[in-house]
Design a protein around this ligand. Structure first.
Ligand code: CU
Length: 258
């Protein structure tokens, strides 16, 4: 092997080593890596999306792109609570998880699959489970791009590393729910309508091999440069919990009468 051949061979070997260690891959080493999730529709919501997490130590930049979500509420964007759920099976529940048979898989019915909240993907302030339903600090509307750099808890970091972290976006148009389910109150907060907290999209965060490419320029499916739109959207989402509850209840009543 001459010198030139040896130089060319080294990067290929290095990439091969990274690929072999991917369970899930720590693409940049122990402290720096990334993962992504494809968010699939739950509960007939029509909501889909992608999520990406870029971890450096205990800091994570989380990007969530969502489309097809419940659009409006009281002339404002429908607020969408979104979380990283952790420490269970690391999967998204199928229709069989509807143990009470009301035609939807509510958040509690999904817990055995995706676990409880590790991190609330709020636009500002607290990111703990305490902010699970801080509707005024979540993005809203039918489509949005969210990006925030936040500090991970040890529990969320552990789930991200072992592949059991799941992104769940909540909030479904009550018109897309079975009538009886839409008339219910939330399993998470009896002051909220079920539609406000029903899971709309879900995806497991898998470590990304894309991040192993030296240039870091591989396509991720996530568009860069739209990082601040979530803040703009949220400014219009000030309808608040009470208004949300009243409005959705009104929709449910209209449907019941019809
Ligand atoms: Cu959640």
């Amino acid at each position: 092997m001459n010198t030139k051949t040896r130089l060319l061979a080294v990067p290929a070997l290095a990439l091969g080593a990274l690929a072999l260690s991917s369970a899930p891959a720590l693409a940049h080493g122990d402290d720096s890596w990334s993962g992504q999730a494809t968010l699939g529709t739950m509960n007939n919501s029509g909501t889909t999306g992608q999520a990406m997490v870029d971890v450096h130590g205990m800091d994570a930049t989380v990007t969530v792109n969502v489309s097809g979500a419940a659009e409006t509420f009281m002339d404002g964007p429908f607020p969408h609570a979104q979380h990283i759920h952790i420490a269970a099976q690391g999967t998204c529940p199928g229709p069989d998880a509807d143990t009470d048979g009301d035609g939807v898989v509510n958040t509690t019915e999904g817990h055995p699959f995706y676990g409880h909240i590790g991190t609330s993907l709020t636009t500002e302030g607290d990111t703990s489970a305490d902010s699970a339903l801080a509707v005024e600090r979540f993005p809203g509307g039918s489509s949005y791009t969210y990006e925030r750099t936040l500090e991970l808890t040890p529990e969320t970091a552990a789930s991200l590393k072992d592949g059991s972290a799941v992104v769940v976006v909540h909030g479904v148009d009550p018109e897309r729910m079975p009538e009886a389910a839409a008339a219910k109150m939330s399993d998470l907060d009896p002051a909220l309508p079920a539609a406000a907290t029903l899971p709309a999209a879900c995806g497991t965060l898998a470590a990304s091999q894309m991040a192993a490419t030296p240039e870091g320029g591989a396509a991720t499916g996530i568009e860069a440069g739209a990082s601040n739109s979530a803040g703009l959207t949220v400014a219009g989402a000030g309808a608040g919990l009470t208004a949300l509850a009243l409005g959705i209840a009104a929709v449910a009543r209209r449907r019941t009468r019809a």
